[in-house]
Each structure stands twice: as C-alpha cells, then as structure tokens.
Write a protein that binds this ligand. Structure first.
Ligand code: SF4
Length: 267
C-alpha cells in the first residue's frame, strides 16, 4: 500500500501532467494510475519473487506450508531465477537496440539509407581508440565500426569482449576473472542465463546471481556502450540546451509525432 500512496502522490506533482491525465480519463481511457489501483491488492508472494510459472507443473508459490516448488526448487532458487530472467530480458532488449543501431550505421556507410551521420568526429575518435586508421573515409569507418559492434554482440562465451578488454580497469578485470565473472558477449550470456532459468538446470542461487552479474557486464560493455556511442554518431552527441519540455512542447499548428520506447531509428 506504501507503493500505491507514492504513485498517487506523484500523479499530482506536475500541473501539465495532471491536466493531461484528467483529460485522458475524461475520454474514457485508463492510465498506469487507474490500472495500478485496479490491480490492488497485488499478490504478496509474487511481490517477494516467491512465485514461479516456469513450467507446466506450476504455478508454484513458496510459503511456510509449501517451502518447495513441485520440482523441488526452494525460495532462494525461485527468487534468483526470477531476477535472472529480468536481467536476461533487459540485456536482450538493450542488445537488440544496439544491433538495430549498428545495422543502421552499416546501411548508411554502404549508401543504403537516406539517414546521415551527424557526429563524424565521434565515429573517428572511436575508431582511433580501437587502434584503426581513423583518417579513412567516414563511410568506410561506419561499416567497419558497425561490423565490429555486430561481432561483439555475437561472440561466443569463450571469446572475451574486446570492448571489456580495452576499457575495463585492470584491477577489476583481475577480480572478474578470479570470480568467474569475465563475461562473453551479450548473446552468449543471454543464452546461458535463460538456459539456467529452466527447471532444474541450475539449483544454486549463488550461481544464478553470478550469471546475472555476467549479464550486467555484457550489457554494459556492449549493449549500453554501443547504444550510447552509435546514437551519438547517428543523431549527434547531446549538449546542454534550453528548450521546451513536457506536453506543452506539442504544437497544435503542426503534425506532432510522439515516439515511445527504445528505438530512436525506427523511421
Ligand atoms: S519450475 Fe518448479 S517451481 Fe517453477 S513452476 Fe515448475 S515446478 Fe513450480
């Protein structure tokens, strides 16, 4: 109920958002606030991560009366598996976006897209940082950098990520290697993580949590790094500017296109 009261309070903090919310509800539509309220009371077992629907023997809920799922998994395993699934989905989504961006950059470099590179200097600096000849034509650099990112995404788990080798702090790398956390590519790590989420593949919550940490490294060094860098190259590196924000930036005299989600190059 505490979460509910926080959400309810926030809904009134911004006058424009409040006005928009009122108009939305007035038109018979629901928002996250109405849907959240309609879901109360939410399941306390699910909230603690102690429910599982991974296989057709379930769903299982862990309680004092039933401390093991049908397969024998205890509460620690189920909580860890649920968290690992979330980490795998997040890593997959970021990597998917990175792949789309790399494919777009490659298409521009090969002259197959009408989009333009807005920050050539950033592309050149990245290529220089990777030890390549960055004085070559930008179109060539775009293709080489895109191919490099696609290769990083798709490496096997016995092939370390070049980006982590290059950019991680040496002392951290030693610790990660010692602890078995020196991750492979996001594709390989997601494959491993989701396999470990299957019934009775890994019943060790520590192993499951270490797998989530590996996902974090793969996500950071390829997925998120790639997204940030390629978006800057394609769309221009952001700078601090003064500008209109919130719903008030919509102009009633023109066509307004509002995009929602993680795909800035959807066009
Ligand atoms: S994997 Fe185990 S805990 Fe999960 S639903 Fe199946 S039997 Fe139940």
């Amino acid at each position: 109920m505490q979460t509910k009261s926080i959400v309810m309070k926030k809904r009134h903090q911004d006058a424009q958002s409040h006005e928009l919310h009122q108009a939305t509800v007035g038109h018979g539509m629901s928002t996250v606030f109405e849907r959240f309220e309609a879901q109360q009371p939410q399941c306390g077992t699910c909230r603690k991560g102690l429910s599982c629907q991974l296989c057709s023997d379930g769903p299982c809920r862990i309680s004092a009366k039933a401390p093991l799922g049908v397969c024998g998994a205890n509460g620690d395993v189920i909580v860890a598996r649920n968290l690992l699934q979330l980490a795998a989905i997040g890593t997959a989504a970021n990597t998917y976006q990175c792949r789309n961006l790399a494919n777009t950059l490659k298409a521009i470099g090969e002259g197959r897209s009408p989009l333009k590179i807005r920050d050539e200097g950033k592309l050149q600096r990245m290529c220089q940082g990777l030890g390549w000849d960055h004085t070559r034509p930008v179109s060539e650099l775009a293709v080489q950098f895109a191919d490099f990112m696609l290769s990083e995404i798709g490496k096997q788990d016995n092939e370390p990520m070049t980006l982590m080798d290059l950019f991680a702090v040496d002392k951290r790398k030693e610790v990660w290697k010692e602890k078995g956390l020196y991750a492979g590519s996001p594709s390989a790590e997601v494959l491993t993580a989701l396999t470990k989420c299957m019934t009775n593949i890994s019943n060790d919550p520590i192993d499951l949590m270490n797998t989530a940490l590996r996902l974090g490294l793969a996500n950071e060094y390829v997925g998120l790094w790639g997204i940030t860098v390629i978006q800057d190259i394609l769309l221009g590196t952001p700078e601090l500017v003064k500008g209109a924000a919130n719903i008030g930036c919509l102009d009633p005299g023109t066509v307004n296109i509002v995009s929602n989600g993680h795909q800035p190059v959807f066009a």
